[in-house]
Design a protein. Structure first.
Length: 302
C-alpha cells in the first residue's frame, strides 16, 4: 500500500531515553510521507487519539510505546479499516517481536519509508467492553508484571522482569482455577493461568509454543501447575524445541474462542501490563479484528 499520511501516537513515558522525533522525522521526510504526532498523558488517551485519527481518515496509525499503549490504540481502531504500525518503545514489545518488527526505532521507521510492508490480519481478545492484544494472566505471571517498576524498566529494559520473577518466586502460592472453555468446564490447581493471543515472550523469538498464532481465531489457555526443577527443565526444552509441553503434571494447555476464569483465592490479574481489579473474567476472541503492517520478510527484520 502507498502511505501518504500517518498519525503517530507517542507515549512519552515509554522508551529507554532514546531520541524519538528526530529519528521519525528524518525517516519519513526522506520518504515523502506527511505525519503528525500526538502525546498521551494518562490512561485512555491512546484510545481517544486513535478514534480521532480514524475520523480524520489517515492512511495509517502508528503507535510508539509498549504493549499497554498498543492495547489502548487498537481499542480505538476496532471497526475501522485503518491499518496499524508498531514503533516499539516499551521494555518487552511482545506483539512487535511476534510480528518481526525491529526493536530499534530507526530500523522500524525505515521500514515505513521503504514501504517494505504487508498487511497481516490480527485477532483481538475482549472482556466486558475492554480489548487486549497480547495476554491476560492471573497469579504468578501477573505478580511479576505488578512488581516490575517503571524505573527499573527504563534502566535495564526487559531484564527488570527477571529480577521481578526472582522476587515473585519467594511468595508463590497455589490456587484452584475454575475454567470454562467453549462450554467445557475444568477445575485445576496451579500457580498461574495465562489466556494469551500470542506465544512470544517478548525477547528474541522465544515462545510459549510455536503453535500459538495471532491469526488463528483462538485464544490459548495455559496453566502452570508446579514450580520446581522439573518445570524449569521442561521450559528449557520447550523453548529450545519450540514444541508444546507434554508434561500435564506441570503444564496444561487448551485453546478456545470463549473462556471464563476465576480462582478460589484472590490473585493479581493483569492485561497487557495493566492491573485489573476484577475477580473473574469472561473473555472471547474477535477474529481478524485489526490490520497491522509487518515486514515482507519477517526473518530479515530480526
Amino acid at each position: 500500500m502507498k502511505i501518504k499520511n500517518i498519525h503517530i501516537i507517542i507515549n512519552p513515558a515509554a522508551g529507554r531515553g532514546e531520541t524519538i522525533l528526530p529519528v521519525i522525522n528524518a525517516s519519513l521526510k526522506e520518504a515523502g510521507i506527511k505525519w503528525e504526532a500526538t502525546i498521551t498523558h494518562q490512561t485512555g488517551d491512546a484510545t481517544r487519539l486513535a478514534k480521532a485519527a480514524v475520523q480524520e481518515g489517515v492512511d495509517l496509525l502508528a503507535v510508539y510505546g509498549g504493549d499497554g499503549t498498543l492495547r489502548e490504540a487498537i481499542s480505538g481502531l476496532i471497526g475501522s479499516d485503518i491499518p496499524l504500525f508498531i514503533l516499539p518503545g516499551g521494555s518487552a514489545n511482545v506483539m512487535a517481536t511476534e510480528l518481526g518488527i525491529p526493536g530499534n526505532l530507526k530500523d522500524a521507521c525505515l521500514l515505513l519509508g521503504r514501504g517494505a510492508l504487508v498487511t497481516k490480519i490480527i485477532d483481538v481478545g475482549q472482556f466486558d467492553t475492554h480489548y487486549f492484544i497480547t495476554r491476560i494472566s492471573l497469579g504468578f505471571e501477573a505478580d511479576v508484571v505488578k512488581n516490575t517498576h517503571r524505573r527499573d524498566k527504563n534502566k535495564i529494559g526487559i531484564f527488570a522482569y527477571f529480577f521481578s520473577t526472582l522476587a515473585a518466586l519467594k511468595k508463590i502460592k497455589k490456587t484452584v482455577y475454575h475454567l470454562k472453555i467453549d462450554g467445557q468446564e475444568h477445575k485445576i490447581q496451579g500457580l498461574t493461568c495465562i489466556i494469551t493471543n500470542t506465544g512470544n515472550l517478548g525477547f528474541s523469538q522465544i515462545s510459549f509454543d510455536k503453535h500459538i498464532d495471532v491469526s488463528d481465531g483462538l485464544l490459548d489457555v495455559i496453566v502452570v501447575r508446579k514450580a520446581n526443577l522439573n518445570l524449569f527443565k521442561l521450559m528449557a526444552i520447550t523453548l529450545f524445541k519450540r514444541e508444546r509441553p507434554d508434561n500435564l503434571e506441570l503444564v496444561e494447555h487448551w485453546q478456545g474462542k470463549s473462556i471464563s476464569v476465576s480462582s478460589s483465592s484472590k490473585q493479581t490479574i493483569q492485561c497487557d501490563g495493566e492491573l485489573l481489579k476484577t475477580a473473574s473474567l469472561k473473555i472471547k476472541i474477535i477474529p481478524g479484528a485489526i490490520k497491522i503492517l509487518v515486514p515482507e520478510n519477517k526473518d530479515s527484520a530480526q
